[in-house]
Design a binder for this molecule. Structure first.
Ligand SMILES: Nc1ncnc2c1ncn2[C@@H]1O[C@H](COP(=O)(O)OP(=O)(O)OP(=O)(O)O)[C@@H](O)[C@H]1O
Ligand SMILES: [Mg+2]
Length: 425
């Protein structure tokens, strides 16, 4: 097997989505045209994660190793640096503003005050200057727009003339111990973390088109343990939220009500379950074998859907309430894009349409080529999005191979963000 050292490093990108049900490892090669070609996909059952938190370190490491081995075997290349997704209830986000007076030293043209990259960097530094508890770090600073003197809606302020520069940003923060636990598992599996990326941001990168982000859209990623959402408008992120329930909640309801195992309930949900039972579908009886000597039971497809529907409605309503907290909820031209494995249930679009009263679409991963049949499901949105994010990131910053311990990484996170600003404009 080749190592990355024998390959041009810039040509390979690898990613890990460590979810509640699955760990997914993916590798891609960037070709001369700048296109991402998928080389390997590995998947392992995940038992050591719950709602974005590592609850069993050993099991998480084993699952990472298994998924990575599978991807490496298919790609015939070994991984070292990986982009890793983060999610969970510990994520916090807020919108913030930074304001500076444009520097007056040595203008390029006398008396013309042009905004320089240092000004942009300073204003973004200002915008992220918030007081954080000791164990929190800023994960992402996502610029929304800039204002130069009285002119609003500026996307790239570099070169504009003005005295006062304002930046509006969306900040995402993480809990450091949670991030450290994930980094530790990845490192114990013999890899190092290139960057941590908010899972729904990665998913959005995979499934949304720029026009959707510009004219307004909600991205909902329903996984097993959590459902995450991001509201986009005018090209920027306006709101982020994590709902602490996902598809597992629905499966648990089925298991409890029908007195069966989680695995059997999962099987019933996938085979017979509907998010909203359609009038046109013929109902029929389902027999569920008794567990541990209990009598077999019967239900119907409609009966099963009557368990599923209220729980999904609850999760979607929580999402809708979060969208309403954003100041752009009335302006979202492209409604809602649903992704993640949890949206694969039959008639999900129908149910979401009822709750949101908006345009609904299922989001499939875009922007990669090769092995499409392996990753065409919404379950792979986060993993594929990490590759696309990593590719865009490396295009902008060049490659920063950063082996080293956890603390090295966390210390470098701040510097990384700083460099990001520098390169962005
Ligand atoms: N065909 C299907 N019908 C209904 N539900 C499905 C189907 N396929 C997958 N799911 C559900 O999708 C969920 C898993 O989705 P996904 O793989 O996106 O989760 P994850 O990334 O492992 O979890 P998380 O993002 O919460 O950490 C499970 O709850 C599973 O029951
Ligand atoms: Mg997920």
């Amino acid at each position: 097997m080749a190592t990355l050292d024998s390959q041009p490093r810039s040509r390979l990108i690898a990613a890990l989505d460590i979810g509640t049900t699955k760990v997914c490892a993916v590798m891609a090669q960037v070709d001369e045209a700048g296109q991402l070609n998928l080389l390997g996909v590995g998947r392992a059952s995940s038992t050591g994660m719950r709602k974005g938190l590592v609850v069993n370190v050993k099991e998480t490491i084993t699952a990472i190793e298994k998924a990575v081995e599978e991807a490496e075997a298919q790609a015939d290349v070994s991984m070292d640096g990986v982009y890793v997704a983060l999610s969970g209830e510990q994520i916090r986000s807020m919108n913030n503003t930074g304001v500076i007076t444009v520097s007056r030293e040595e203008p390029r043209v006398p008396h013309i005050q042009e905004i320089t990259s240092e000004d942009v960097e300073r204003v973004l530094e200002q915008a992220k200057a918030i007081t954080l508890p000791a164990d929190r770090e800023i994960l992402h600073v996502l610029p929304q727009e800039f204002k130069v003197d009285q002119h609003e809606g500026i996307k790239a302020p570099l070169g504009h003339i003005g005295h006062r520069l304002e930046a509006r940003v969306h900040l995402v923060t993480i809990d450091e111990p949670t991030a450290q636990n994930i980094i530790r598992c990845v490192e114990a599996a013999g890899l190092f973390v290139e960057a941590l990326v908010l899972a729904p941001l990665a998913s959005a990168t995979a499934v949304l088109e720029q026009t959707e982000k510009d004219q307004g859209v909600v991205l909902i990623d329903m996984g097993a343990g959590t459902t995450e959402l991001m509201v986009y408008y005018d090209g920027g992120v306006r709101h982020t939220a994590v709902i602490p329930y996902g598809g597992n909640r629905v499966t648990n309801d089925i298991a409890q009500i029908l007195h069966t195992t989680f695995d059997k309930a999962e099987e019933l949900k996938k085979e017979y379950g509907y998010a909203k039972f359609p009038a046109t579908v013929e109902d029929n009886e389902i027999t569920i074998e008794g567990i541990a000597g209990r009598q077999a039971q019967t239900t119907t497809r409609r009966g099963l859907s009557a368990i599923i529907e209220p729980r999904l409605e609850e999760i979607l309503t929580l999402c809708r309430n979060e969208v309403r907290k954003s100041d752009v909820s009335e302006k979202l031209t492209f409604g809602v894009v649903l992704t993640g494995g949890g949206v694969l249930i039959k008639e999900m679009e129908e149910k979401a349409g009822e709750v949101f009263n908006a345009d609904i679409k299922i989001g499939y991963p875009l922007h990669v080529h090769g092995l499409e049949e392996m990753v065409s499901s919404p379950e792979y949105a986060t993993a594929i999005g990490l590759l696309v994010y990593g590719h865009e990131y490396e295009e902008t910053h060049g490659i920063t191979k950063r082996p080293g311990g956890i603390m090295t990484f966390l210390r470098s996170l701040g510097q990384h963000i700083k460099n990001f600003f520098k390169e962005l404009f």
